[in-house]
Design a protein around this ligand. Structure first.
Ligand SMILES: [Zn+2]
Length: 60
C-alpha cells in the first residue's frame, strides 16, 4: 500500500512543527468514517492512506 519510491528530497518543506498539530492534514477513514490526522509514519504515502488504522484497513 505504501510506496517507498518517493525520494527524501521531495519531502523537504513538509516538516511539521512541534505543538502545531492543528495544522496537520486530515482524512476521513474509508472504513469507520472518522477523521484521522497525518502521522509521521505516513509521510511517504499520505496520498495512499485511506484508513485510520490497520484494523480498519483489514475490516472492509
Ligand atoms: Zn477507521
Amino acid at each position: 500500500m505504501c510506496r517507498d519510491f518517493v525520494p527524501l528530497s521531495s519531502l523537504n518543506g513538509t516538516k511539521v512543527h512541534k505543538g502545531n498539530k492543528q495544522n496537520l492534514p486530515l482524512k476521513i477513514c474509508q472504513s469507520c468514517k472518522k477523521p484521522f490526522s497525518w502521522r509521521k509514519k505516513w509521510a511517504k504515502c499520505w496520498d495512499d492512506v485511506k484508513y485510520c488504522s490497520d484494523r480498519c484497513r483489514t475490516n472492509k
